[in-house]
Write a protein of this length. Structure first.
Length: 95
């Protein structure tokens, strides 16, 4: 019975939802705002510069990578995944 209950908890790749990737990325970024504000208040200007430079470089290098691949950078950057990854890198580095 326990194996059956564990099997029911796992969803497969066939699961469909109405929510889109940009919405999920924005929700995660919204959840990171309090931690980011606290870190900037705690560490000051160095943390703010680190945050800004990390986000800018993540977006820039994602745009360069997309340009080299021949894709349109604006459309692909709209989903926010590059900014979210840059945000997480900025939070994991010390100022």
């Amino acid at each position: 019975m326990k194996a059956r209950a564990l099997k029911d908890l796992v969803s497969g790749p066939h699961t469909r939802a109405d929510i889109r990737i940009p919405v999920i990325m924005r929700q995660v970024m919204l959840a990171l705002v309090p931690t980011t504000v606290f870190g900037i208040l705690l560490f000051g200007w160095p943390a703010l510069w680190l945050f800004a430079i990390t986000l800018a470089s993540a977006a820039l290098f994602e745009a360069l990578r997309l340009k080299m691949a021949g894709s349109t950078a604006i459309v692909a950057l709209y989903d926010g995944s590059a900014l979210l990854h840059g945000w997480l890198v900025a939070l994991s580095m010390r100022p």
